[in-house]
Design a protein around this ligand. Structure first.
Ligand code: BGC
Length: 416
């Protein structure tokens, strides 16, 4: 049994040669923007308060593609971190490799089966055992707006349809401001595209095309209409968008330079970190045409099999902390997401988070809750990557016709 001690006492213990040091916990993640780092600091604080030493393994790059590349090389070299931010079907792929630690002891002691919606719990398990701990629910189908910019341009309300969006965007352009803040990475393109597909085709179509990868849906006129709408958006972005990070696109709203951003609610973490208030400085609404639907994105952590007892204890403590009520509240208040743990008090959360919580529950009941393809929830990583590339090529090259765009996405969906 490892006796855990506060860090300040570690040296004394070492000198006295009596107590066993608490473990070091090295955690791989891609939470490097202002809001993300603020949320991650909560986890570091929690672990340090339990006497463990925290080793940050942050790999910049929204959406996590860079982080996954670095993680693979560490694991192949036989030197995995204690924990890593892994989610969706990728959890199963890593578990198949036999490198993940079993979290059942913690899950049982903490009663995770009673604290998680079954659909979430199932995604955290491999062959019936927990191999991942979830931290939050992010909604992806959001549109964010700068309230002052809308007012200046004479836009009275958040757009509920794509037609309303384009009418508002024209007014904003006339007022000399950027209608749509966008960045320049393929995952950002796919994030916007999946919201367009949801708004144009509805949740059943989204499910058929982007989750089941049904060839009829993928080759349908609705897919063509989605690509047409997606391409129209580009004219409302600014010329500096290519190469821009997502949080710098959010910054354009924060600085009163742009009106809208279509992005998951980690963008809210940026507004909060900048001291901006929902309903006053910025507005949130479901992306046009998707009011009754919800694209979910769950962040979770896996633990890698490690030998030392101290490290294993640190991993068990980390898993318990991730699902604990204190962390679920403090972390999600900064992150922009909502707690994944059932029965949490939402009193301290803002109106956007409350709307997210209500819509998450309602869409679960009505069958309009769908997994986000751009954030690793819907399909295997290889297929997601191929679709991401096809969508991004279409976005970046105006010479690709809509018909060819449809064909290349359908082709990417059969990648092995
Ligand atoms: C993650 C979020 C993160 C966002 C941008 C998403 O895939 O789920 O936690 O904030 O990428 O980096």
């Amino acid at each position: 049994m490892v006796k855990r001690i506060p860090q300040a006492l570690a040296l004394l213990c070492l000198l006295a040669g009596r107590c066993v040091m608490a473990g070091e916990v090295e955690v791989l993640h891609w939470w490097t923007s202002g809001g993300e780092a603020r949320a991650m600091a909560e986890l570091k604080k929690t672990m340090q308060a339990q006497g463990h030493s925290w080793k940050d393994f942050a790999v910049a790059g929204g959406g996590g593609d860079n982080a996954m590349t670095v993680l693979k090389s560490r694991v192949i070299a036989g030197n995995p971190p204690a924990a890593a931010q892994i989610k969706g079907p990728a959890i199963q792929e890593w578990a198949t490799e036999g490198v993940l630690a079993n979290l059942d002891a913690t899950a049982k002691a903490e009663k995770w089966d009673n604290l998680l919606p079954p659909v979430v719990a199932n995604g955290m398990k491999y062959r019936g055992s927990y191999v991942a701990a979830p931290v939050n629910v992010h909604r992806v189908n959001w549109i964010w707006a700068n309230a002052a910019v809308l007012k200046k341009a004479g836009v009275a309300a958040m757009p509920k349809t794509w037609d309303e969006f384009f009418a508002a965007a024209d007014k904003i352009r006339k007022a000399g401001l950027i209608p749509l803040a966008h960045g320049g990475q393929n995952w950002q393109d796919l994030t916007v595209f999946e919201s367009v597909v949801l708004g144009v085709g509805g949740p059943k179509f989204y499910q058929d095309a982007l989750v089941k990868l049904d060839p009829t849906a993928l080759n349908s006129p609705t897919m063509a209409k989605s690509l047409e709408t997606f391409r129209r958006l580009k004219a409302y972005t600014d010329p500096a968008a290519p190469g821009r990070d997502w949080n710098l696109a959010t910054a354009l709203l924060i600085q009163n330079k742009a009106a809208f951003q279509i992005m998951g609610d980690w963008a809210k973490g940026e507004f909060s970190a900048a001291g901006k208030l929902p309903g006053k400085d910025y507005l949130c609404a479901a992306a046009p045409g998707s009011t009754n639907a919800y694209t979910f994105n769950l962040d979770s952590f896996v633990m890698f099999k490690l030998k030392s007892a101290g490290a294993q204890q640190a991993q068990a403590d980390l898993a318990a902390a991730l699902m604990g009520t204190t962390f679920q509240q403090t972390f999600n208040l900064s992150k922009g997401s909502i707690p994944v743990r059932l029965g949490m008090d939402m009193g301290k959360f803002d109106d956007c988070a409350k709307l997210s919580a209500r819509d998450f529950a309602a869409s679960g009941r009505s069958g309009t809750l769908v997994p986000s393809i751009s954030h690793g929830m819907a399909v295997k990583p290889a297929i997601e990557g191929a679709i991401k590339d096809a969508v991004s090529q279409f976005w970046n090259n105006d010479k690709i016709s809509v018909a060819d765009g449809v064909k290349s996405i359908a082709k990417a969906a059969v990648t092995q």
